[in-house]
Design a protein around this ligand. Structure first.
Ligand code: ZN
Length: 222
């Protein structure tokens, strides 16, 4: 569990915005899980964020951003996105190494540096995990013809479009398993125990549900 002091106001606001963009309703327990902090730490942080006018907590317990909160959240997400692309596109760092680095650096970007990064990289491109500034909901992705590995069809060949990137341990796990953005794989079987057997160029492997839900695919043409 992380020290509450290291999880800043920006991290809370960004986590709420990302969850909303993914189509989730944000309750304090989920924030504690996503940010790896204790429930009392979340309660304290939400109290401060409410007092400062960044969030509202409804009678239904759902946490919502105010306009001011949304603006800070978006800026933090944008800085995270730009830093990731800088580390990858300019410095050649690998996709599985950069998320945590960007988590640290996003809080140190000045408006001048942010403008420089935007000018150099543009705001619209995808990060090396295949994601845009804000995540999309599963419904939006499916509308574009993407499918999570947990729902992919047996026997079909797919290309990895993007990976959920909130959990750096998951990214390392996928890298160790030989799975990364742009890679090709074939679904061998969707198993009774909710695991998926897949075939990669490096051999066959079996992934559990949490990993399979974090991998978004597009059908390969061949
Ligand atoms: Zn990313």
């Amino acid at each position: 569990m992380k020290d509450a002091i290291h999880v800043s106001k920006e991290n809370y606001l960004k986590a709420i915005l990302e969850a909303e963009a993914e189509g989730n309703q944000v309750i304090p327990a989920k924030l504690a899980h996503w940010l790896e902090v204790s429930a009392p730490a979340v309660t304290m942080a939400l109290k401060r964020l409410k007092r400062d006018g960044y969030v509202q907590v409804g009678e239904d317990g759902i946490v919502r951003l105010t306009e001011a909160g949304r603006e800070i959240a978006y800026r933090t997400a944008l800085r995270h996105h730009l830093i990731e692309r800088m580390l990858s596109e300019i410095f050649g760092m690998e996709w599985y190494e950069i998320h945590e680095e960007a988590e640290r650096l996003e809080h140190a970007v000045s408006p001048v540096f942010e403008a420089k990064l935007k000018e150099k990289l543009s705001e619209g491109g995808a990060c090396p995990h295949g994601n845009y500034v804000l995540p999309e909901s599963p419904a939006q992705r499916k509308q574009r013809g993407e499918v999570p590995l947990s729902e992919a069809a047996e026997g079909q060949r797919y290309t990895v479009v993007s990976l959920h990137e909130r959990d750096p341990k998951l990214l390392l796990f996928l890298h160790d398993a030989g799975i990364g953005p742009g890679q090709s794989l074939r679904v061998v079987t969707q198993n009774y125990d909710q695991t998926v057997s897949i075939e990669l160029s490096t051999g066959n492997t079996v992934l559990g549900r949490p990993a399979a839900e974090a991998i978004w695919l597009r059908l390969s043409r061949d």
